[in-house]
Design a protein around this ligand. Structure first.
Ligand code: AMP
Length: 302
């Protein structure tokens, strides 16, 4: 089934204890679309500037990504810069230059308006809502990601957008910040009052937890000997999660649990190399092998 994503296509400057990149293609929607395209066709809605050329665009070519919603505007593409601490779990944002995103008014191509699965990647909540309002038939699942930048700067707009979403996918510190609750289960109860019925909490090397009003499900992160760059792991997780759900076509306890595994597996590939590098060579057979491995890793006899 059709899957739509709106979010950033960006240039990133990244520094980790393993090296640095001064300008590499990134952005939440880029990571998401490349991950999800292993499962289904992805309708991408984003904006780029004049510095985004055909070589940059080529990362989407040969993949199931429809670029009809990728707008080009005068000015520079969104730019983000971050530096990771030695533990790789914490990072400091050094720059967020919205550039062409500051004036973006997303207009969905007609063919995108009936998308059944929608992912509102981390971007201004007002833009997220404007995309949701252009969807003509109620989607099976509308999911949203956000971050401290928007929780602090646009809290009212974020609350209004949350009222229209089914699933919230954020990390543990964002969960605590949004709910003012330290305990994640109590935080989930608070967040359910804001709109979403399901909360997926991404916890970096500690895996991910899904809280639904009747049950909780956890997955570990896939054990890796070397992690070079965590950038985009969350968006890649989201791409695996939503991509799997869109192919399954149904949203229930079983498909949501399997989506958590696909999310965790896709995220584990993203961190193996800098930026998008590992994802660009990833094959479907490698995903399947790692999912099987994941099954062994997490099953036991009772
Ligand atoms: P993640 O590591 O999953 O949080 O995602 C990192 C990606 O998100 C980078 O490629 C950035 O370009 C993008 N990003 C960072 N901050 C923002 C923001 N405020 N709005 C939209 N995208 C962002």
């Amino acid at each position: 089934m059709s899957l739509l994503v709106v979010g950033s296509v960006a240039f990133d400057a990244i520094e980790t204890p393993f090296g640095r990149e001064d300008r590499t293609l990134g952005g939440a929607a880029t990571y998401f679309a490349i991950a999800a395209s292993h499962f289904t066709k992805v309708n991408l809605v984003a904006i780029v500037g004049e510095d985004f050329n055909s070589e940059h665009e080529s990362v989407f070519h040969g993949r199931a990504v429809d670029l009809a919603g990728l707008e080009r505007a005068p000015g520079k593409t969104f730019f983000w810069s971050g530096k990771y601490h030695d533990n790789l779990n914490d990072r400091t944002t050094l720059a967020t230059d919205l550039n062409v995103f500051a004036k973006f008014k997303p207009r969905l191509p007609e063919t995108f308006r009936s998308s059944k699965f929608v992912f509102l990647a981390n971007i201004d909540p007002t833009l997220q809502l404007s995309v949701l309002k252009q969807i003509t038939v109620r989607p099976k699942l509308a999911a949203l990601d956000t971050m401290n930048y928007w929780i602090e700067r646009t809290p009212d707009e974020l609350r209004e957008t949350l009222r229209h979403t089914d699933l919230l996918m954020i990390n543990d510190s964002e969960t605590r910040q949004l709910s003012n609750e330290h305990n994640l289960l109590r935080a989930a109860k608070h967040i359910f009052k804001l709109g979403p019925r399901t909360l997926v909490i991404k916890r970096g090397e500690h895996g991910a937890m899904m809280v639904h009003n009747q049950w909780v499900f956890s997955v570990p992160s896939f054990p890796l000997e070397e992690i070079h760059d965590p950038t985009g792991a969350g968006d890649t997780f989201a791409g695996g999660f939503m991509g799997y759900l869109a192919t399954a076509g149904r949203v229930n306890g079983d498909t949501l649990r399997r989506a958590m595994v696909y999310g965790s597996v896709l995220g584990s590939f993203a961190v193996e190399k800098f930026g998008l590098k590992r994802l660009l060579t990833l094959k479907r057979s490698e995903i399947t092998n790692r999912v099987r491995h994941f099954h062994k890793l997490t099953s036991f006899k009772l």
